[in-house]
Design a protein around this ligand. Structure first.
Ligand code: NAD
Length: 516
């Protein structure tokens, strides 16, 4: 400390460590080659003049332009995937051979961890330490996990008449379309891609238009890892053009989608209006986080509640956006959650000390602010945040900045209590009993995740059973590993990502009945 204070002022002053690291990341970003073309049938592909800008949320500047796929480009990719499935080697390899390719890709992703993390941070604004240490770790773990389960499945021999032999086996479903959002560009793609590939399927990925760079780079690495041409095709483009073309394509056997509930409804229609492809939907959420008076460590519950709505700038399908607090501890919780929110280091995502970056796009920022303004107009009380940019030195101009925002007195039937905001906005509700907490938590059409904080074993079990959600956390938030399924009830979708259960989405059951 003294040494720093004794540094001479002016140009010769040594930058602090995070500042030096930020400068290093900035220099690396300036030198980074950015992918711009689709990957189809093992090669880079583009056609025509249509391109999409990729705008960096930290300063609003255009990073690059990428090829914008249209229906013809999607058709080209689906045909390549079809040929690779019908006559290519991939579905015919042994599970261990497919696993070897996934393991090589995991190694390459690890070797290129900083580069991929930087692409994620540049394109959607996640703090660099989170891109590198959370998202990239999840991507590598996912690849290795599915490589490990490759040959651990088994079919069935049913008990039948002795004159028969009945086998029940699983086969790859075929060509899988994958459409993903921008909030975790690589993890969410990998949660679908890895099980689809290990099952023997071939794929066409349509990344979000806001964040195509990391997925395109990963596809280049997949070719380097030895994935045969046509097995992984990536076509960037807009949702209404490329996404819709993939959803409606009769050559796609299953479509795995992660995104908003509104777009999920569109994909359900695409399936119905085309070849009745299997449509798997991982959609939005409005997750309740219940703090009861017997929470084992109230300070931990408070710190976690802050993290649950500010991590990834609240752009989480599982964002802990509804804090339901028992009146007995409400004053203490409200005061400290507000204090914690104000202390979150918001800033340039290339600064390693930053915990919350910008909102991913200007349109998303405007949408989040709209929810806050309408909630205040409807009578909710703003406790902190709102539309202010954080007062922090070194914040790049032109970024999509928003402080963590907390509102209370949010009417249970109001827009803010029921709609997914997808930003760092917390709606607080005070309740008088555990029953009321469960009632408020379940009074919502979404059912992705929920949490409860209690020391009582019976309360933990009974509340968990009563909560309508695909995941319930007890005395924690956002915990889990690759072995547990993830997905939602109600408007949060169908099917499950992660775990061996995800393989069900990418395989068909076949019965072979032999008369002996
Ligand atoms: P979005 O629905 O707008 O877009 C997701 C993808 O769908 C993008 O690739 C987009 O190009 C495409 N798309 C958009 N409109 C389309 C259309 N009409 N036809 C075909 N494709 C279309 O969602 P978003 O804003 O990118 O992501 C945020 C949403 O994703 C939130 O609702 C969030 O909860 C959800 N999400 C869910 C999970 C989960 O696992 N349940 C995980 C992360 C995000």
């Amino acid at each position: 400390m003294t040494a720093v204070l004794q540094q001479p002022s002016g140009d010769t002053q040594k930058p602090s460590e995070p500042e030096a690291e930020r400068a290093t990341w900035l220099a690396r970003a300036a030198a980074l080659p950015l992918p711009t073309n689709a990957i189809v049938d093992g090669s880079e592909f583009s056609a025509g003049d249509e391109s999409l800008p990729v705008i960096g949320p930290r300063d609003g500047n255009e990073l690059t332009r990428v090829f914008a796929g249209d229906a013809a480009a999607v058709d080209h990719a689906v045909r390549a995937a079809r040929v690779a499935f019908d006559s290519g080697p991939w579905p015919r390899l042994s599970p261990r051979e497919r696993a070897a390719v996934l393991l090589r890709l995991a190694d390459l992703a690890e070797q290129h961890r900083d580069e991929l993390a930087l692409l994620i941070t540049l394109e959607m604004g996640k703090p660099i330490t989170h891109s590198r240490d959370i998202e990239m770790r999840a991507v590598v773990n996912c690849l290795r996990w599915y490589a490990e389960v490759a040959d651990k499945g088994h079919g069935e021999v049913r008990d039948t008449d002795p004159q028969a032999l009945a086998l029940v086996t699983r086969e790859p479903v075929g060509v899988v379309g994958i459409v993903t959002p921008w909030n975790f560009p690589l993890t969410l793609t990998m949660w679908k891609l890895a099980p689809a590939l290990i099952a023997g399927c071939t794929t066409v990925v349509k990344p979000a238009e806001q964040s195509p760079l990391s997925v395109l780079r990963l596809a280049q690495l997949a070719l380097e890892a030895g994935l045969p041409p046509g097995v992984l095709n990536v076509v960037p483009g807009t949702g209404p053009v490329a996404g819709q073309a993939l959803g409606l394509h009769a050559g796609v056997d299953a479509l795995a989608f992660t995104g908003s509930t509104a777009t999920g409804r569109a994909f359900a229609r695409y399936g119905a209006d085309s070849n009745l492809k299997r449509v798997w939907l991982e959609l939005g959420g409005k997750s309740p986080n219940i703090i009861l008076p017997d929470a084992p460590d109230l300070q931990r519950a408070i710190d976690t509640a802050v993290w649950a709505f500010t991590f990834n700038s609240g752009q989480m399908c599982t964002c802990g956006s509804r804090l339901i607090v028992h009146r007995d501890v409400a004053d203490e919780v409200v005061e400290n959650v507000v204090r914690g929110a104000r202390a979150v280091p918001v800033g340039d995502p290339l600064d390693p000390a930053v915990e919350m970056g910008p909102i991913a796009t200007a349109a998303q920022l405007a949408s989040v602010r709209g929810y806050v303004d309408r909630a205040v107009a409807a009578g909710a009380r703003l406790l902190t945040g709102g539309s202010h940019a954080p007062d922090r030195a070194g914040l790049p101009a032109g970024g999509n900045w928003l402080e963590p925002t907390i509102l209370t007195d949010v009417a249970p039937d109001s827009e803010l209590a029921r709609s997914e905001v997808f930003g760092p906005v917390l709606a607080m509700t005070v309740v008088d009993s555990t029953d009321e907490a469960v009632e408020v938590a379940n009074d919502c059409e979404y059912g992705l995740a929920a949490a409860v904080w209690t020391s009582d074993l019976s309360t933990a079990h009974t509340v968990s059973r009563r909560l309508r959600a695909g995941t319930v956390w007890v005395n924690c938030y956002e915990e889990g590993d690759m072995g547990v399924p993830f997905g939602g009830f109600g408007l949060s979708g169908n099917g499950r990502d992660k775990s061996a259960h995800a393989l069900d989405k990418y395989t068909e059951l076949k019965t072979t009945w032999m008369q002996l």
